[in-house]
Design a protein. Structure first.
Length: 178
């Protein structure tokens, strides 16, 4: 009996014991939202924007990933009809509070570049221009039940076009490991 007790105690040394709830390492997020233009295009209408993001969760409360976002803004100004399209390509990083709980907050930043396409129709001329600019997007939000994210981010991309993005996203993966 003593030998069996020693064998049992020795085998328990190899048992996996964890004091934290670790999450799965990879998350994929797909979201829709609304884009509000910045001060230079204050007369533009809010429009639809969408984003996709892949993140890697560290065992610490940090995660990093890549984000692709796109949207469109309509503007009716004097005789000109304008359409502004943007595409953002960013590397993102977030700090998570209460990660792994049913209700958790996060704050982060994304940096990368943005493709800005400006298409204007007028009575005499039509055409478009395309510019590329550095983009920086501070963002905050919260996650519900580890699968729905509500977020707000302000994309600072150029003097003529900054935008506020409010969105709802669904997260796949990243759930608690069992």
């Amino acid at each position: 009996m003593k030998k069996l007790l020693v064998v049992l105690l020795a085998s328990l040394c190899w048992a996996n014991v964890s004091a934290q709830d670790f999450l799965g390492p990879v998350e994929i997020e797909i979201g829709l939202g609304t884009s509000f233009s910045g001060p230079c295009l204050s007369d533009a209408e809010p429009s639809l924007c969408m984003a996709a993001e892949v993140r890697y969760n560290f065992d610490a409360p940090w995660d990093v990933g890549v984000r692709f976002g796109m949207g469109k803004v309509w503007r009716d100004w004097r005789k000109y009809d304008g359409k502004y399209r943007f595409r953002d390509y960013m590397v993102v990083g977030d700090y998570n509070l209460r990660r792994g709980k049913n209700f958790s907050f996060y704050a982060g930043v994304g940096v990368g570049f943005s493709s800005l396409r400006n298409r204007i129709w007028s009575d005499c001329d039509g055409g478009y221009t395309e510019d590329y600019a550095f983009v920086c997007m501070p963002r905050v939000g919260f996650e519900l039940f580890r699968c729905v994210r509500l977020s707000a981010g302000y994309a600072i991309s150029s003097k003529t076009y900054d935008n506020l993005q409010l969105g709802v996203a669904v997260v796949f993966g990243g759930w608690k490991k069992r």
